[in-house]
Ligand binder design. Structure first.
Ligand SMILES: [Zn+2]
Length: 260
């Protein structure tokens, strides 16, 4: 009986943790599913995102659910879109630490970041530029890539579901948030890749940059469906986010399409 009671308590505790995990997943991309981990394992090539021709209304709906409706009033922010400020051709520094000598895992992750950044820059040409640097910027906000610091909920051994996340720091599920003027309230923004017990794929890396650019919640073309770490509609949503001024309400969004 004692064992049974202990197990019951453990189960209740786990339910609480899972509840938190779902919340974090929905808000910060903490949970990137097994399906995502199994797709696009090749270390070369841009990944395996499917072609999805989403109509304008669908792009607006995705942007609304993922970004506009996230954290209403957080930090006193106005309604509308939130993102890295400046438009168009916003430059965002991406600090990619030089892999430790002889560390094949870090080399692999760094190569995948370089590939994903090239893909994003091509797709979002004219709207934003991600500038890779091996030197930590001394000032200004930036994205920091961090190796093997993906957040795994306390008590969880589901390493595959928490293979990567975007957060305010390493080893945390604390989401990046909008600031008072619909910029990004985290300096820097961490892209945590890997936890030592999972496979960081090219598609996961491309997906995580979407979180770092302001897509908070998953949607059908962004992590919500099996094997959909991203689709081409994901880039259209990002192009629309960066092709409209910050604080644009959903009703005023003009859909922009990513480059082919
Ligand atoms: Zn995600």
């Amino acid at each position: 009986m004692k064992i049974s009671y202990t197990n019951m308590r453990y189960t209740k505790q786990m339910i609480g943790i899972l509840g938190l995990a779902v919340l974090m997943s929905a808000c910060g991309g903490g949970g990137d599913s097994d399906a995502l981990n199994n797709g696009g394992n090749a270390s070369t090539g841009p990944g395996t995102g499917a072609t999805v021709q989403a109509p304008d209304a669908q792009i607006v709906a995705y942007l609304k659910s993922s970004n506009i409706d996230f954290g209403p009033g957080a930090n006193g922010r106005p309604e509308g879109t939130w993102r890295w400020p400046g438009t168009p051709d916003r430059h965002i520094a991406v600090y990619l630490p030089t892999p430790a000598a002889g560390n094949a895992t870090e080399v692999d992750y760094a190569n995948k970041v370089t590939t994903s950044v090239s893909l994003l820059n091509a797709k979002l040409s004219g709207l934003l530029v991600l500038d890779l640097t091996a030197t930590r910027p001394a000032s200004g906000n930036f994205i920091q890539v961090s190796y093997l610091t993906s957040w795994v909920p306390p008590g969880s051994t589901d390493y595959a579901s928490y293979c990567a996340n975007v957060a305010t720091g390493p080893n945390t599920g604390s989401m990046i948030m909008p600031d008072a003027s619909n910029g990004i309230f985290s300096a820097p923004v961490y892209v945590n890749l890997g936890n030592g017990h999972c496979n960081v794929t090219q598609d996961i890396v491309t997906h995580e940059f979407g979180h770092a650019l302001g897509l908070a919640n998953h949607f059908a073309s962004f992590g919500d469906a099996p094997a959909n770490a991203w689709t081409t509609a994901y880039f259209d949503v990002l192009a629309t986010l960066y092709g409209n001024p910050p604080s644009t309400p959903a009703a005023n969004i003009v859909v922009k399409r990513a480059k082919n």
